[in-house]
Ligand binder design. Structure first.
Ligand code: PGA
Length: 250
């Protein structure tokens, strides 16, 4: 496969600085001979600590969200400029917890996507259907809408900075993983959506990660699928013992 595998860890709202430093050190050590592309996305208050530890390693630094405005009177928000100042290279946007718990809609997510790209960040844009939507036969339509609206106004040149993460909401943190076949089918569908928007070459190049209860036990089977180019890992990203084997799947 010409696309590079990309394994990302979303640490969500876990860890103190001391705990984050311990994990970051273990990851730098455990992945130093890793062959794929890697990302660690700790919480905002941990970014500076983790930045210092992953600097010069093969692990990129990511944030889990950012404000839709560059700066200004937005109490409680974190700006793209503040993230860049800490060495953040990538931002996860549209995660299902942002969409469902914090009610972020496609319009807001798109605004963030365009701002992150304007500021030179790589974006991991998350899409995925709920259980109800899957059971109603709407999985493809939901992922298509989230992809199309999330990428509105994104140029073909900017698309090289976009990674899509397919994360079925019913598989996140539940222990239920989509079967590799089911995941691959949605990945192929989303790749087709990119093809319609940006052409076949762009569709062939875009990295599409799978997320939702990825574990050392299922990583290799998922990665073996034609359209699955990596993983966005939550729970299993909190320990080097589980993240490193996923990141070095074979
Ligand atoms: P999980 O989370 O691996 O704990 O299911 C994935 C994610 O939300 O990115």
């Amino acid at each position: 496969m010409s696309r590079q595998y990309y394994i990302a860890g979303n640490w969500k709202m876990h860890k103190t600085r001391a705990e984050a430093a311990e994990l970051a050190k273990a990851l730098v050590d455990g992945l130093k001979d890793g062959k794929h592309k890697y990302l660690a996305a700790p919480g905002f208050t941990l970014l500076e600590t983790v930045a210092a530890l992953v600097k010069g390693s093969n692990i990129r630094l990511g944030a889990q969200n950012m404000a839709a405005e560059e700066q200004g009177a937005h109490t409680g928000e974190v700006s793209v400029l503040q993230l860049k100042d800490l060495g953040v290279e990538t931002v996860i946007l549209g995660h299902s917890e942002r969409r469902h718990i914090y009610k972020e809609d496609d319009g807001l997510i798109n605004k963030k996507v365009r701002l992150a790209l304007k500021q030179g960040l790589e974006v991991i844009l998350c899409v995925g259907e709920t259980l109800e939507e899957r059971e109603a036969g709407k999985a493809e339509a939901v992922c298509e809408t989230q992809t199309v609206k999330g990428l509105e106004g994104v140029s073909a040149a900017e698309l090289s900075k976009i990674v899509i993460a397919y994360e079925p909401v019913w598989a996140i943190g539940t222990g239920k993983t989509a079967t590799p076949e089911d995941a691959d089918a949605i990945h192929a569908y989303v790749r087709g959506v990119i093809g319609k928007l940006y052409g076949a070459e762009a569709a062939g190049k875009i990295i599409i990660q799978y997320g939702g209860s990825v574990k050392p036990e299922n990583a290799a089977q998922l990665m073996a699928k034609e359209n699955i180019d990596g993983a966005l890992v939550g729970g299993a990203a909190l320990k080097a013992d589980t993240f490193v084997p996923i990141a070095k799947f074979s």
